[in-house]
Design a protein around this ligand. Structure first.
Ligand code: GLA
Length: 413
């Protein structure tokens, strides 16, 4: 699916063109150029206005991903209804690359016989295609990276019809170790430069390509990656398919909210729901926490074989609409005691999403005191996993929360 033209910008341009035919002056030419520049920067600024949603091949298929796996994921997004819930990006991670041929062009390996045809297949289903590379000479899985070939590779990706690039630091870390001599400021400047270089290369193609910077949280990427052109940046290490990893990463995201907003998001890494290592309660915990964090939601499982519980979790539109709230205000931790946590996120229209998390191994009562939210009463209380309205709250209420589980509410004052 291609970017929809922006009517509010096209109509003034069209009106101007008709008057332009009547009398062309230097000043009208200057105005036309200004309008065209405005139109192009507005299109780019529209990228990732809400956190990107979709699928990524890495967590399940690893470096052996194939064209057939990607097509199957695209088909499954359509068949399961996940596309219609907003999961639009079909992202090929590490493992697609073949050789860089003499002309300098990076070609896919034998598992990807025709990238342009694959992009067409994905686009024909109303989806978008993502790809992966590295500022290093080789990627984390040892494939060819983009170092020294940034402009060429960006043009190749654009020609194929790519809509999203994950650019992963990988072997560039060795160069940082070698040249930054342990100086964090130098390391940050070097990283900024390589990530910005690919950003400029992508923008020079003229194709709107979402830019995902994957520097594993190094050099506090949230403080500079947006200026380097990133629409999202990793805030930490790789997520693994178990509750400990998901929660260690997820609950470490406190304090980062001021760095996120429309067009620029903190990325705590992909979803593990449906990969077998999380119980349904643990899967609900990941989706709830990631939605409170306004995190990108990239399913990382085999969508064509997932069980019913995983699909129900991934496809909970009430929860997804918290993640996709247009104001894009990332949530924060409000309270913690032992293994219990309360996180909240302000939503458009004055309501608040609240997650009560039980990280312990037994069912536990969690008290929600509305003073935490600056409220006395809640007139409407919606349980986002039970899909039902609860009685209004006056002052406070205690909720029983399952082990490794969550109660996710949307509260209207
Ligand atoms: C790094 C990234 C992962 C994945 C692999 C691919 O570890 O953090 O998300 O892209 O590389 O090799």
């Amino acid at each position: 699916m291609e970017m929809a033209p922006n009517k509010t910008l096209i109509y003034p341009v069209a009106a101007f063109l008709s008057s332009f035919r009547r009398r062309m002056t230097i000043s009208s030419l200057a105005m036309l150029i200004a309008l065209l520049c405005l139109s192009s920067s507005a299109t780019l600024a529209q990228l990732a206005t809400t956190p990107p949603m979709g699928w990524n091949s890495w967590n399940h298929f690893g470096a052996k991903v194939s064209d057939a796996d990607v097509r199957a994921a695209a088909d499954a997004l359509v068949a399961t209804g996940l596309r219609d819930s907003g999961y639009l990006y079909v992202n090929i991670d590490d493992g697609w690359q073949g050789k860089r041929i003499d002309s300098g062009e990076l070609t896919p390996n034998e598992r990807f016989p025709d990238m342009r045809a694959l992009a067409d297949y994905v686009h024909a289903r109303g989806l978008k295609l993502g790809i992966y590379s590295s500022p290093g000479a080789v990627t984390c899985a040892g494939n060819e990276g983009s170092m020294g070939h940034e402009e060429r590779d960006a043009r190749t990706f654009a020609t194929w019809g790519v809509d999203y690039l994950k650019y992963d630091i990988c072997s560039y870390r060795k160069i940082l170790d070698r040249d930054a001599h342990g100086d964090p400021e130098v390391a940050q400047r070097m990283m900024f430069a390589v990530f910005e270089r690919m950003n400029s290369a992508l923008r020079a193609t003229g194709r709107p390509i979402v830019y995902s910077v994957s520097q594993h949280g190094l050099s506090r990427g949230w403080t500079w990656a947006n200026q380097a052109g990133a629409n999202l940046w990793r805030t930490g290490d790789d997520v693994r398919d178990n509750y400990l990893s998901v929660t260690e990463i997820g609950f470490a995201q406190g304090g980062l909210s001021k760095f996120a907003g429309p067009g620029h998001w903190n990325d705590p890494d992909m979803l593990e729901i449906g990969n077998g290592g999380l119980t349904p309660d643990e899967g609900r915990t990941q989706l709830s926490l990631w939605s409170l964090l306004a995190a990108p939601l990239l399913a990382g499982n085999d969508l064509s074989t997932m069980d019913a519980d995983s699909l129900t979790i991934l496809n909970n539109r009430e929860v997804l609409s918290i993640d996709q709230d247009p104001a894009g205000r990332q949530g924060n931790r409000l309270w913690t005691e032992g293994s219990l946590e309360i996180w909240a996120r302000d939503l458009t229209g004055g309501s608040v999403a609240v997650g009560l998390f039980n990280r312990s191994q037994g069912p536990t009562d969690i008290p929600l005191d509305l003073k935490l939210l600056g409220l006395k009463n809640a007139t409407k209380v919606r349980d986002e996993w039970q899909h039902r309205n609860l009685a209004p709250i006056q002052g406070s209420r205690t909720f029983r929360v399952a082990p490794h589980g969550v109660v996710l509410l949307v509260i209207h004052p």
